[in-house]
Design a binder for this molecule. Structure first.
Ligand code: T46
Length: 132
């Protein structure tokens, strides 16, 4: 499975906590794009696609959601609910995002610019792409 959970180093003191992410250092790619997802509602799923080439880091800054990760052979569930744990998803991984809490805030760092042609949004096409 081409994903991993990264425990982020937390700089904390009496003022609160701080976490820093540096491309190619704390995460395994250069950051070309940042986006965030917010105002989520339960029972409204997201994702249901894979990326041919893109790598991403996802952090639940507030609230929680489940990521279903699928490499065409195995499906695993990861619960994101802490701002100090980053989910790295590599290339060719099907992802579904479910069970959002109200107003969950996800920050996403991506290894490339947005390119709709790089998405695989049909599961059968994803399996075909893996077997090419
Ligand atoms: C992913 C998960 C975690 C853009 O125009 N630019 C962008 O950078 C992005 C990410 C999206 N969009 C447009 C494309 C759609 O019209 O925003 C709309 C919603 O995107 P989408 O339905 O793909 O959103 P999610 O939450 O299903 O998936 C997103 C990312 O697209 C995807 O790469 O891995 O978050």
């Amino acid at each position: 499975m081409n994903y991993k959970l990264i425990n982020m180093k937390v700089f904390g003191d009496e003022r609160g906590k701080l976490i820093s992410i540096e491309g190619n250092r704390t995460i395994p790619f250069d950051i070309k794009r940042v986006y965030w997802i917010f105002d989520t509602v339960p029972n409204q799923d997201r994702g249901k696609h894979a990326h041919k080439n893109m790598e991403q880091i996802i952090v639940a800054m507030d609230g929680s959601c489940d990521f279903i990760l699928d490499d065409g052979k195995t499906r695993e569930k990861v619960v994101l609910n802490r701002p100090d744990i980053a989910l790295y998803i590599g290339k060719n991984m099907w992802r579904e995002m479910k069970n959002f809490s109200y107003g969950c805030k996800l920050m996403v760092l991506a290894s490339d610019y947005y390119d709709e042609s790089e998405y695989i949004r049909n599961y059968d096409d994803f399996i075909k792409e893996l077997n090419k």
